[in-house]
Every structure is written in structure tokens, then in C-alpha cells.
Design a protein around this ligand. Structure first.
Ligand SMILES: *Cc1c(COP(=O)(O)O)cnc(C)c1O
Length: 380
């Protein structure tokens, strides 16, 4: 018997309660019985984003909200700054290009975090930059970027925005939208929200709403003005993904009311820490040793071991699906998720599976050392 276990940093496992909530009878999204469900989601999202500003809900994957964060805030020919240190930083630059927004990119070595001084220098050099696009947790490399420090620099002036892809940061670690003065913060359902893919979320500041009014990039489906107006009446502009909202209500109940947001951050950090230490104990190297995101751990495939063969063995023989590297890191790393519906026994199991796969591929190390390290760290 082989149980399938999903350890990718999105999609993630979905708790049974959330799956069952989504199975309920369809209701009409403009009818009175939908209202309390939507209101719970609306308020819960504000709590998890740590904001009093509106949090919009889109029926799309996370990239839909990223797309809207360019098309609805800027005009063709506007100048943006992009921090590009992985696949998702690249995505910001690609979206800017698609809308005719000029992007100046700060290229950051993969596996490392940006030095905020480089953002300061770029802003000083180009005083026409209207928006700074950054990634909080760069899921492709496992790096956590210093958003608070970057926000302080951007905030020195009032006429520019800081837009954060926090898709694997919201619900993973503390990223207080209002307290840090973040203008636009984006996330998605298939990450820390323990949901299937299909919903994107976007918090936006008063300043961002002002920018929206003068933005001239073409857009139709993703229209922040229409969505803000609809949200005021506890609605979405278009038909929402009703069943996913049933699930979101249940997931937010678990995260916010039963487990607690701080406990969720703490658990995720503990799992990440234990995984990093156990990989080191096996003699493996981390891809982002200095600035790791707790959302996931990116581990270098050791010399002499074939990356795809390692992942294949984990999946086909041991039931564990871990993620490959993306882009330049493809085949060179594997990534283990911690965000969302994972507990310490899940993580210890994943570490055991990595050990078994490595052993069967002939990697030389002391079998059990990773599990011992993690057990010690997660004992109480
Ligand atoms: C998952 C993810 C995205 C969004 O990808 P979608 O496939 O559109 O949901 C964007 N940025 C980061 C950092 C992510 O982890």
C-alpha cells in the first residue's frame, strides 16, 4: 500500500473539513443565504492580512491578482522597479512588459535575498518610478526578502507604491500590511490557506486606490474599481467561485479561531527550522542558507545524485511528491513545503522519505540522522 502525500509549496493538502464544506449544495451568490458566508470570508481575510483595508477576492490563481496589480495601477510607459531573484520576481517583470510598463530590474542572485540598499540606490537613480514590485517569499528559491526594510525606503515618498507578492507569506509568517505601509499585497488559496487552487486575494491601501483611478493600462475582468464597489456591498463584481468560498470560510475558521494566526506562524517556522537542520545533518546543502523562507525548504541535490531520479523515487516508491526547482534551478534542487496543513509528523515522515530515497540511490550518510535531528527539535 502506498499513501500519496503532497509536499509541494502549492498546491498543498486540504483538510477534510474544508473539502466537505465545499461539497454543500450550490446557492445563488446574490441571495441572502450567501451573505453571511461572504462576510465571514471578507473579515477573516482582513485578519489574516493584518489590515483594516479592503481585501478583494478574485476567482483566479495568484497570478491573476499579480496581473491586476500592474494593469490596474499603472499606465503604459510608466516606470516600475522590480526585484528579480527567482521565477516569481521574473513574473512581475513579464507582467509589466505585457502591459507596456517600463521595468527596471534589480537582479538578485538566486538563493539570496535582496540588499535593501540596492532598492534605495535604484529609487535615487530613477526618480520617476511609480511602483516597486517585490516578492516576500520567493517560492522558486526558498528565499525570504526583507519587505519591512524595503517598505521603509519606498515609503520615504508618498507618490509611489510598494506591491508585494506575498503568495507564500500571508498566513506563513508575520507580514502586517498596515503596520508596514504596504500598498498592495497579493496571496492565493492553494498556499497557507489550505485550500484548492482557484482564489486570489489582494489587500490594497488608500494610496493604491488613488493610483487605480488614473491607471490607463487595458483591463476588463480584473477591475479594482468594480471590485471595491462590489465588496462594499459584500459582493464580487462577477460570479464568485461559490464552492471555494464555502471552503475558505471553513479554512479561515480553523486558522484564525481554532489554531490561531500566531500559532500557525510558529508551527510553520518550527517545521521549517527542523527540516533545515535535518537536511544539514544528512550532509545536504540548503539553496537559501542565509535568508530562508519558512514556507518551504529548498535543498540542493548532492553531487553524484540525479535530481529527477530522487524525486521519482520519492513519488513512485515512497508516495511523497516534492517540488523540483524551476528555471535555472530545475533538476538541481528539491523543495519541501511547510505552509498550510502540515504537522510535525508529516514533516518527520518527509524527512524519513528523503533519507530512504537517498540511501537507495547510494548517497553515503548516516541513516536516521535527519529524523533524529527533527524528532529532537519537534519533541515538545
Ligand atoms: C504560487 C505562487 C504564485 C502564483 O502562482 P499561481 O500558479 O498563479 O497561483 C506567485 N508567486 C509566488 C511566490 C508563489 O509561490
Amino acid at each position: 500500500m502506498l499513501k500519496r502525500r503532497l509536499f509541494t509549496p502549492g498546491p498543498v493538502p486540504v483538510p477534510e473539513r474544508v473539502r466537505l464544506a465545499m461539497a454543500r449544495e450550490m446557492i445563488h451568490h446574490r441571495a441572502a443565504d450567501f451573505l453571511p458566508i461572504f462576510q465571514h470570508c471578507k473579515v477573516g481575510l482582513q485578519r489574516i492580512f493584518q489590515t483594516a483595508e479592503p481585501v478583494l477576492i478574485f476567482s483566479s490563481s495568484g497570478t491573476g491578482a499579480m496581473d491586476a496589480s500592474v494593469s490596474n495601477l499603472l499606465s503604459p510607459g510608466d516606470h516600475a522597479l522590480v526585484v528579480r531573484g527567482g521565477k516569481f520576481g521574473e513574473r512581475w517583470a513579464e507582467i509589466c512588459e505585457a502591459y507596456g510598463v517600463r521595468a527596471t530590474c534589480i537582479d538578485v542572485e538566486w538563493g539570496t535575498a535582496v540588499d535593501p540598499a540596492r532598492v534605495r540606490d535604484a529609487l535615487a537613480e530613477h526618480d520617476d518610478i511609480k511602483a516597486v514590485y517585490v516578492t516576500a517569499s520567493e517560492t522558486s528559491t526558498g528565499v525570504r526578502h526583507p519587505i519591512r526594510e524595503i517598505a521603509e525606503i519606498v515609503r520615504e515618498r508618498d507618490d509611489r507604491l510598494i506591491v508585494v507578492d506575498a503568495i507564500t507569506a500571508v498566513g506563513v509568517y508575520e507580514l502586517p500590511v498596515d503596520a508596514w505601509g504596504l500598498d498592495v499585497v497579493v496571496s492565493g488559496s492553494q498556499k497557507a490557506f489550505m485550500m484548492p487552487p482557484g482564489l486570489a486575494f489582494m489587500a490594497l491601501s488608500e494610496r493604491a486606490r488613488r493610483f487605480h483611478q488614473s491607471a490607463r493600462c487595458a483591463h476588463y475582468y480584473f477591475d479594482l474599481g468594480k471590485e471595491i464597489k462590489a465588496l462594499d456591498g459584500d459582493q464580487t463584481a462577477w460570479t464568485p467561485a461559490v464552492s471555494l468560498l464555502f471552503g475558505l470560510e471553513e479554512a479561515l475558521r480553523i486558522i484564525l479561531d481554532e489554531v490561531g494566526l500566531e500559532e500557525t506562524w510558529r508551527r510553520t517556522e518550527r517545521l521549517a527550522h527542523a527540516t533545515r537542520e535535518s537536511m544539514r545533518a544528512l550532509g545536504l546543502e540548503l539553496y537559501a542558507p542565509d535568508d530562508p523562507s519558512p514556507a518551504l525548504t529548498a535543498v540542493r541535490v548532492p553531487d553524484g545524485i540525479d535530481g529527477p531520479a530522487l524525486r521519482k523515487r520519492l513519488k513512485d516508491e515512497l508516495g511523497y511528491t516534492v517540488a523540483d526547482g524551476q528555471g535555472a534551478a530545475k533538476g538541481k534542487i528539491f523543495r519541501i513545503a511547510h505552509l498550510g496543513y502540515f504537522d510535525r509528523f508529516d514533516t518527520i515522515g518527509a524527512i524519513a522519505a528523503v533519507e530512504m530515497a537517498l540511501a537507495s540511490l547510494g548517497f553515503s550518510f548516516k541513516l536516521g540522522e535527519g529524523v533524529r535531528t527533527a524528532t529532537e527539535l519537534l519533541r515538545d
